[in-house]
Design a protein around this ligand. Sequence first.
Ligand code: UDP
Ligand code: MG
Length: 320
Amino acid sequence: MRLSVVVPLLNEESNLRPLHSRLSAVFDRLKVEGQIIFVDDGSTDSSAKVIAELAHADPRVKGIVFSRNFGHEAASTAGLDAADGDAIVLMDADLQDPPEVIEQMFARWREGYEIIYARRSKRKGESAYKRCTSWLFYRILSALSEVQIPLDVGDFRLIDRRVLDAVKRCREHDRFMRGLIAWTGFRSTAVEYERPERVSGETKYNTLKLLWLSLDAAVGFSILPLRLASALGFLVTLGSLVMVMILVAQKLMSQLEIPGYALQTAGLFFLGGVQMLLLGILGEYIGRIYRQIQARPLYVVREIISADQSKHAATVERVL
Ligand code: UDP
Ligand code: MG
């Protein structure tokens, strides 16, 4: 049984040693063959040096050092690409994701779940503002997205090898890892934990970065924004037609003087509406092109079940 832990990090020199020793203890208690993959996302402190020292002393440690900062999602991707365990954990380096929670996640994996999220029941030491923006981020996300992305879970999770293999087949840019993992559709569950404060260093996710991440999530997992033009155009066109009908009826049925600009305005709305509708149709095509360009696999297989002639029993084969 092999358990890989993938840790993307940026300027976390003081957190790496404690993280390593706590992970080692977890590996010992679980009695698994461990693997730790540190991905240094262009740190400017001595993180890379610390990783090298750790790797030198412990063969289970592997380091991937980026040439520059490519972002958290890219760093996670690189780590996952290198992971070769039967179960893979993705976690932050700042000890906000307590390594001990892996033990609970591992137990659920043993029960047969393929994706185990760590849900934050409490967040300590985070400002009301951060909690508020996070809360909003998850609600907007779930409203927009076409795949069910679980609420209030960060990147901290354990996934089965099969989930990883499916995610690895998605090579799109501007990726949103949490969305991709949910998209695979494997059996998932959550374990609860209290999110402690960052041990040292400071958060690298400011409001702007969170905003960009929301954009990646919304645009990557929905073509709803593109469809907005169609809906709006349809409404405006309909409205202007109703307006014209009312004007004509008024003209016919009463002696009321209808001013000339009334019809002009109605015409203006009509044209505007038709234009938006056409934009929406264009958007629909662009949406389809976009999906095609993303080149995600069309389906993901969990297992293949076939009759084993020699044993006269159905066998379940792991698909790799
Ligand atoms: N991180 C990274 N690249 C970046 C930003 C952050 O690899 O460009 C790492 C960071 O070192 C940490 C994890 O991503 O291990 C989560 O970042 P952070 O703790 O700053 O986010 P928060 O927990 O505040 O949402
Ligand atoms: Mg953090």
